[in-house]
Design a protein around this ligand. Structure first.
Ligand code: ARG
Length: 466
């Protein structure tokens, strides 16, 4: 790193400064250590800006051509690792512009006409976040496909459904997998919504008030893939909603990842044995040879902490800022970079883990049959066949559960005589609803767990995702 200009005034804005900054000021002020990640967006924005400046006659076409070419040289220097980032030059914007001027001379000094770093950073960051929305949408689509494949394989496999992590009613594996497809689909639509809303170009707002130069903001907006230019210059440079929306959507998505991760941790334990995680997504213990630890799932469960932390940090940064730009806003980037990296890694890891997951069908089925999971079916039978009011049916069923518990057996193991002692109207037919397969088959309400209903949802999602 060359820091030749450290003690003298900044070459880019130091006209009124007699002295350079204190070394600690340079350290706290510089963002180049992290915002160099915006180099591609910065260069794309500058190329669009220069082309527009030429098209509107603000600079000459030969200057614009030199700028456009020179920026490509800077791009290739950065991409090939032949670029020296300077802390004295603070950020990616000044680093790129300064190097451009070194390469092409005078024309480089015209690039910053009718522009400020305030609209420049608003643009670069928005372009970067927009790309991350696209990456999240792709990652979520892959993840939904992985859950869909699991659901298809086990649309009618019976497993216990839980409330309070206590056995509630039998459900199907396919139904449980499809619950996550719904959750990740909502996440995907949140990124799509956020992307749509952020797709306005702030370039041309200049420092805060707009500019007296005859810009063509539609031209730069279009060149950079935006729907339109932003409509208020003050808002353009002070807005970080796009980053907050990205973080909020990421937080909700990470919460969903964390919930399934938690289920995997529980399900893969020796006590549950509902699933087997592949060797690719587990680790061994250095002391206990029998162990296969669900580390990837545990880490995914934890990752929300970082993403939500970034969300809270950026809200805290933004909440008290008067319009328009304040340097506080430079603190937005590290939070979003880390959250985005964490989310993309989490989505990829979960997709891999779900793809490699083996459900233990027999264990699921016997677990489904334990814990009096068909008690609701029994109560419903009493209502439908004996015309008992539901509250009374609930009470009779409760007594039968207590009886089974006292005998150390499950509901289908009670004899008819036992049952009749509790309610004389019960007939042999009741046993048909005490089996778990019948139980799930009967839940045919729209969105219910019956395999036929699950298959309806699977084929709907398959056509959406194809
Ligand atoms: N590095 C700054 C940031 O990330 C760029 C904008 C600086 N603008 C300014 N007027 N100092 O926010």
């Amino acid at each position: 790193m060359t820091d030749a200009s450290k003690s003298s005034a900044n070459a880019m804005w130091g006209g009124r400064f007699a002295e350079g900054p204190d070394a600690i000021m340079t350290a706290i002020n510089a963002s180049i250590g992290f915002d160099q990640r915006l180099y591609a967006q910065d260069i794309a924005g500058s190329r669009a800006h220069a082309a527009m400046l030429a098209a509107t006659g603000i600079i000459t076409s030969s200057d614009a051509a030199a700028i456009g070419e020179g920026l490509l040289t800077v791009l290739s220097e950065i991409e090939s690792g032949n670029f020296t980032f300077s802390t004295a030059l603070e950020d990616i914007h000044l680093n790129v512009e300064s190097r451009l001027t070194e390469i092409i001379g005078e024309p480089g000094k015209r690039l910053h006409t009718a522009r400020s770093r305030n609209d420049q950073v608003a643009l670069d960051f928005r372009l970067w976040v927009r790309d991350q929305c696209d990456a999240a949408i792709r990652g979520l689509t892959d993840l939904m496909r992985a859950f869909l494949a699991q659901a298809e394989a086990g649309a009618d496999w019976v497993m216990p459904g839980f409330t309070h992590l206590q056995t509630a009613q039998p459900v199907t594996w396919g139904h449980h997998m499809m619950a996550y497809v719904e959750m990740f689909a909502r996440d995907r639509s949140r990124f799509e919504d956020a992307r749509r809303r952020m797709n306005e170009c702030p370039l041309g707002a200049a420092a805060l008030a707009g500019t007296s130069f005859p810009l063509n903001r539609d031209m730069t907006a279009q060149a950079l893939g935006f729907d339109r230019p932003t409509a208020n210059s003050l808002d353009s440079v002070s807005d970080r909603d796009f980053a907050l929306e990205f973080l909020a959507a990421s937080s909700i998505c990470a919460m969903h990842l964390s919930r399934f991760a938690e289920e995997l941790v529980i399900w893969s334990s020796a006590q549950f044995r509902f699933v087997r995680l592949s060797d690719k997504w587990t680790t061994g213990s250095s002391i206990m040879p029998q162990k296969k630890n669900p580390d990837a799932a545990e880490l995914l469960r934890a990752k929300l902490g970082r993403i939500l932390g970034a969300t809270v940090a950026l809200f805290t940064i933004m909440k008290g800022l008067p319009l328009t730009y304040s340097k506080d806003m430079q603190e937005d980037k590290e939070q979003v970079f880390d959250a985005a990296d964490t989310l993309m890694l989490g989505l990829a890891a979960m997709t891999g883990m779900v793809g490699d997951l083996t459900a233990n069908r027999e264990v699921l089925k016997s677990a489904a049959a334990s814990g009096f999971s068909t008690a609701t079916d029994l109560a419903d039978w009493l209502v439908q066949r004996l015309d008992l009011p539901f509250r009374q049916a609930h009470h009779v069923t409760g007594s039968l559960v207590a009886l089974a518990e006292a005998q150390g057996c499950d509901l289908p193991d009670l004899t008819l005589a036992d049952m009749n002692a509790v309610h004389p109207g019960i007939t042999q037919d009741v046993y048909s609803v005490l089996g778990v397969e019948n139980s799930v088959r009967s839940r045919v309400s729209y969105g219910g767990t019956a395999p036929d209903q699950v298959r309806v949802q699977i084929s709907r999602w398959k056509s959406v995702l194809s």
